[in-house]
Design a protein around this ligand. Structure first.
Ligand code: PYC
Length: 413
């Protein structure tokens, strides 16, 4: 049996269909170029083709599809934000997430878990109450709950957190979910490809041609392309691309690390977040505990991992779950987060005609993948900002009209 299986696997008579084509040569001209084949870039390409009939599009990726922050995050999906703009935007994303597997005909392992943001201080309880009220006002299912509700959802937790950070309450957000992150990029990539979009991996954008304040084309490691529209969706690399068109943004890049344990039997049904202990954790379909913490506290363009991070996060995990003291860490990794001063993204049109930004995704970008695709495709196709992204324009930093979401970041950064 094993031999037959091996023969079948190695035989060229039953080739596995590829998820997407590998287009050959770059064309000389496209109606739009998207820089970045991560979730956001591919989702924008997918909806441009599906909803706006724009198919002559190239997605250019310096590395490989989904190899940036799309494949490096901890897959949390939620809409329990603090500002009305944020709540409406992420709520639409949660709605889109729920139909995505059917749209793609691909299992995304979307799993609705419920999401607890733990409060260990009186002021954290106040913030959770505030978020719950804003959420409820906008029709989003969030409520302030007590420590006993946390214990009943997660009996393994030590509510005293080692005696030094007792849990006083939590913001409970029933729609909180997780999904398989790579599959999201594959689903959008395949859907875009089937509609005629070309995805060119290993193709670096080296410059953007702007004349008279308008985009004319892009220089790439494989030649020049003429195009009137360029969408920049390159989380972690945004300043390098905006520099090419002479735009300044207030984005700073910080590494964000994560790690997983060895697989274990399912025991953690919910998503738990603790701002004071700097932890977010869920258990994946494979049984691994997927964990992250705060940003590294320095600016750095690097995806290297550190022992410091494992030690700090493991110590805080043991405050909550002492029984994990023998759990082994299987992998750790890092991504690069585009941090903005108000912890909200930067989206939409820019002062350079034909240059659109989907940036500033800090530590909150994965959950927004579908709604970014929807709103950025609308914005690029119509050359008009989608109403849901009005609060996220670049000009807000000059007009002092910030969209302050720091209180809704998963942990204190
Ligand atoms: O904003 O939900 C979030 C998040 C999870 C991990 C990092 N940020």
């Amino acid at each position: 049996m094993a031999y037959q299986l091996l023969r079948f696997a190695l035989s060229s008579r039953h080739p596995e269909p590829r998820m997407f084509r590998q287009p050959g040569r770059l064309r000389d001209t496209y109606d739009a170029v998207i820089i970045g084949a991560g979730g956001h870039g591919l989702a924008s390409a997918y909806y441009l083709a599906r909803d706006h009939g724009m198919r002559n599009i190239a997605v250019l990726e310096r590395g490989y599809l989904g190899g940036g922050n799309t494949g490096r995050n901890t897959t949390i999906i939620r809409s329990n934000y603090l500002t009305p703009e944020g709540v409406a935007f992420y709520d639409e994303s949660v709605r889109l997430w729920q139909d995505l597997a059917a749209d793609f005909d691909l299992n995304l392992f979307y799993s609705n878990r419920g999401h607890f943001t733990l409060a260990h201080t009186d002021s954290a309880v106040r913030t959770m109450r505030w978020r719950a009220e804003v959420n409820k006002h906008l029709g989003v299912n969030s409520e302030l709950v007590g420590p006993e509700d946390v214990k009943s959802a997660c009996p393994q937790i030590d509510l005293s957190c080692g005696g030094h950070a007792p849990i006083l309450g939590a913001l409970y957000h029933a729609p909180g979910a997780i999904a398989r992150h790579d599959a999201v990029a594959w689903g959008y990539g395949r859907g875009a490809d089937q509609r005629g979009v070309e995805i060119h991996q290993q193709t670096e954008v080296t410059g953007i041609d702007v004349e008279g304040g308008k985009v004319k084309g892009v220089n790439t490691s494989r030649g020049y392309i003429s195009t009137p529209k360029v969408l920049c969706a390159v989380a972690g690399f945004t300043p390098r691309v905006t520099h090419m068109v002479g735009l300044r943004t207030p984005i700073f890049i910080h590494p964000l690390q994560a790690m997983v344990t060895e697989p274990m039997k399912p025991w953690l049904d919910t998503i738990l977040v603790s701002g004071s202990l700097h932890i977010y954790v869920s258990q994946s379909a494979r049984g691994e505990l997927v964990m992250g913490a705060s940003l590294d506290p320095y600016e750095l363009h690097s995806t290297r991992s550190t022992l410091d991070f494992v030690e700090g996060l493991a110590a805080h995990m043991l405050d909550m779950f002492p029984f994990l003291s023998h759990a082994r860490i299987n992998r750790q990794w890092a991504g690069m987060a585009d941090m903005t001063p108000d912890f909200a993204p930067i989206m939409g049109k820019t002062p350079v005609e034909g240059f659109y930004l989907d940036a500033g995704w800090g530590t909150w970008g994965f959950k927004a993948t579908p709604v970014c695709g929807k709103t950025m495709s609308y914005t690029v196709a119509n050359d008009r900002n989608h109403p849901l992204i009005e609060g996220f324009g670049l000009a807000r930093f000059e007009n002092y009209q910030l969209t302050g979401e720091k209180g809704a970041a998963s942990v204190g950064h």
